[in-house]
Design a binder for this molecule. Structure first.
Ligand SMILES: *[C@@H]1O[C@H](CO)[C@@H](O)[C@H](O)[C@H]1NC(C)=O
Ligand SMILES: *[C@@H]1O[C@H](CO)[C@@H](O)[C@H](O)[C@H]1NC(C)=O
Ligand SMILES: *[C@@H]1O[C@H](CO)[C@@H](O)[C@H](O)[C@H]1NC(C)=O
Ligand SMILES: *[C@@H]1O[C@H](CO)[C@@H](O)[C@H](O)[C@H]1NC(C)=O
Ligand SMILES: *[C@@H]1O[C@H](CO)[C@@H](O)[C@H](O)[C@H]1NC(C)=O
Ligand SMILES: *[C@@H]1O[C@H](CO)[C@@H](O)[C@H](O)[C@H]1NC(C)=O
Length: 427
C-alpha cells in the first residue's frame, strides 16, 4: 500500500470508529451544509410606551413576541439548515405553540442554553399548555438549559401556586394546569440535554408522535407536587427514553393509551411513582398498548417500581409484550405491581376489568422494599392475565420492623415464577 492509500485507509478506519462511537442521538444532531443561526435575543423588540399602556396582551417582560418571530423566521422563512438559539440568561415566556410544518432543512434545531421561565398567573393559560411543539417532522431540542414551570411559586395576584390550586385528585372535572413541554405530532425527533423544573402538571407530554427520543435529560420537582408526571406518552409509535434522571411527584414515566414500541433504558427514578404502563381504560376509546421494554433502571424512595395499571374500563383493551428487566429498587413501596382496579375505591382489590394483560415479564429485579407485599399481581377475574413471568427477583424487606413478612400476592394472574425468588412465589 502506498503512503497515500495507507493514510486514506487509516482515515477510513478512524472515521468508522468515530461513527460507531457517536450515539444515535448525537449523530442526528449533525446537520449538513452551513447552519444559519437564529438567536432569539436578536428578535427582541422593546415594546413602545403605547403598547405597554394600551395593549391588553402585553405582559411585562415576556419574550413571547421574540420567540414567535424567531420560530417564524427559522421554520417558515428559511430553506437551509437552521438553529434557533436561546442563549444564557433568563427569559419569561407566556404560552406559545411552535408549529410546523417547517420549510427549513430537517431537522430544525432548537438549542436552549438559558432558563425559560413560566408565568404563575393561571389566567394566562387558557389551555393545559405552556410550551408546545406541534406538527413537525425532524426536531432536535437540545442544550443544557432549563424550562422552569414555577409550579410551586405563589402568584402575586391570586396568592396561590399552581400546585396548591390543583384539585384533580378530588375533582373529576378539574381544569388541569399546564405541562412544561408538549409534543404533538412531532416525528423523527430528539430531545436531549435539557432540564424540566417544577412543571405545573406533566413535565413532558408527548402524544401522537412517531419516532421520538428523549435522552440525557433531567426532570426535577418535589415528591409531593401533584400530577407532575415526568414524561407521559400517548398514541405514540417508536419511543426511546434513555440516560435520564427523573425526580418528581407522580409517575417518572407513564406509557398511556395507544403506545406501540416503547423502549426505556438507564433511568434513575425517585422520588416519584415509578415507571408505569397506564393508567388505561379510564376513557371509552382508550387504545391498547403493545411492546414496552424497561431495562437497567434504578428506583429510589418511589411508591412503585414496575407497574401496570388499568381501570375496570368502559370498553375492552389489551396490554401485551411487556418486559421489565434488570432493575434496582431502593426502599420502594411496591416494586412489582399489576393493578387492574386502578381508580376504583377498592384499589388492588378484586377486579373484573375489561382490559387483558398478556405476556408481561418481570426479570432480574433486586434491592429493598418497604412494603410487606413486594410482588402484587392483581389481574381481572373477567380477563385473567396470561403469560406473566416473575424471575430472579431478589428483594430485601427494609420497612417498619414491626412486621417483617415478605410476600407475593396474586389474583387471576396465572404467573410463572422462576429463578431465585424473594419474596417467594404465589402459592
Ligand atoms: C425572510 O427571509 C428574507 C430573505 O432571507 C428576509 O429578507 C426577510 O426579512 C425574512 N422575513 C422574516 C419575517 O424573517
Ligand atoms: C411578586 O412579589 C414579590 C414580593 O413582593 C416580588 O419580589 C416579585 O418580583 C413579584 N413578582 C412578579 C412577577 O411581579
Ligand atoms: C428516527 O428519527 C431519527 C432522527 O431524525 C432518524 O435518524 C431515524 O432514522 C428515525 N428512525 C426511524 C425508524 O424512522
Ligand atoms: C446512564 O445515565 C446516566 C445519566 O443519568 C449517565 O451518566 C450514564 O453514563 C448512563 N450509563 C450508561 C451505561 O450509559
Ligand atoms: C431517600 O430517602 C432517604 C430517607 O428518607 C433520604 O435520606 C434520601 O436522601 C432519599 N433519596 C432520594 C434519592 O430521594
Ligand atoms: C404482616 O404483613 C402481611 C402481609 O401484608 C400480613 O398478611 C400479615 O397479617 C401482617 N402481620 C401482622 C402481625 O400484622
Amino acid at each position: 500500500m502506498g503512503t497515500m492509500a495507507k493514510a486514506i485507509f487509516l482515515f477510513g478506519i478512524a472515521f468508522l470508529f468515530c461513527i460507531n462511537n457517536v450515539t444515535e442521538a448525537s449523530r442526528d444532531l449533525l446537520q449538513s451544509g452551513p447552519v444559519e443561526l437564529f438567536d432569539v435575543t436578536k428578535f427582541y423588540r422593546k415594546p413602545t410606551e403605547e403598547e405597554v399602556e394600551y395593549d391588553e396582551d402585553y405582559i411585562p417582560g415576556s419574550y413571547y413576541d421574540a420567540f414567535a418571530a424567531v420560530w417564524d423566521a427559522a421554520c417558515r422563512n428559511s430553506t437551509g439548515s437552521v438553529k434557533i438559539l436561546v442563549p444564557k440568561g433568563t427569559f419569561l415566556l407566556t404560552p406559545i405553540i411552535f408549529s410546523g410544518p417547517c420549510k427549513c432543512a430537517k431537522p430544525i434545531v432548537f438549542e436552549v442554553a438559558g432558563t425559560i421561565v413560566s408565568p404563575t398567573n393561571p389566567s394566562l393559560f387558557p389551555n393545559a399548555q405552556w410550551i408546545e411543539f406541534s406538527d413537525i417532522d425532524g426536531l432536535v431540542l437540545n442544550g443544557n438549559g432549563v424550562f422552569d414551570g414555577q409550579g410551586g411559586v405563589v402568584d402575586n395576584e391570586t396568592h396561590v401556586s399552581a400546585w396548591a390550586t390543583n384539585d384533580c385528585r378530588k375533582n373529576k372535572n378539574c381544569v388541569p394546569p399546564s405541562s412544561n413541554l408538549r409534543f404533538g405530532k412531532v416525528h423523527n425527533s430528539i430531545v436531549t440535554g435539557i432540564t424540566s423544573l417544577n412543571s405545573k402538571w406533566f413535565h413532558l407530554h408527548v402524544f401522537s408522535c412517531n419516532n421520538f427520543t428523549a435522552t440525557d435529560i433531567r426532570i426535577t420537582a418535589p415528591g409531593d407536587s401533584p400530577n407532575t408526571d415526568g414524561i407521559h406518552f400517548s398514541q405514540c409509535n417508536l419511543v426511546n427514553v434513555a440516560n435520564s434522571n427523573i425526580a418528581t411527584g407522580d409517575d417518572c414515566i407513564s406509557i398511556g393509551q395507544g403506545c406501540i414500541n416503547t423502549n426505556i433504558h438507564n433511568i434513575t427514578c425517585g422520588p416519584g411513582h415509578g415507571i408505569s404502563i397506564g393508567s388505561l381504560g379510564k376513557e371509552r376509546d382508550d387504545k391498547s398498548v403493545e411492546g414496552v421494554t424497561v431495562t437497567d433502571c434504578t428506583f429510589t424512595n418511589t411508591t412503585n417500581g414496575a407497574r401496570i395499571k388499568t381501570w375496570i374500563g368502559q370498553s375492552p383493551g389489551e396490554v401485551k409484550k411487556i418486559v421489565y428487566e434488570n432493575l434496582v429498587m431502593n426502599n420502594v413501596k411496591n416494586p412489582i405491581v399489576i393493578d387492574q382496579s386502578y381508580g376504583s375505591k377498592t384499589v388492588r382489590g378484586p377486579s373484573n376489568s375489561l382490559w387483558k394483560i398478556t405476556d408481561a415479564h418481570f426479570r432480574k429485579i433486586k434491592g429493598t422494599t418497604v412494603s410487606n407485599v413486594a410482588v402484587s399481581l392483581q389481574c381481572s377475574s373477567k380477563n385473567p392475565c396470561e403469560g406473566v413471568e416473575v424471575a430472579d427477583v431478589d428483594l430485601v424487606y427494609n420497612g417498619d420492623p414491626k412486621n417483617k413478612t415478605l410476600a407475593s400476592s396474586c389474583n387471576n394472574a396465572k404467573a410463572k415464577f422462576a429463578g431465585k425468588l424473594s419474596p417467594g412465589a404465589c402459592l
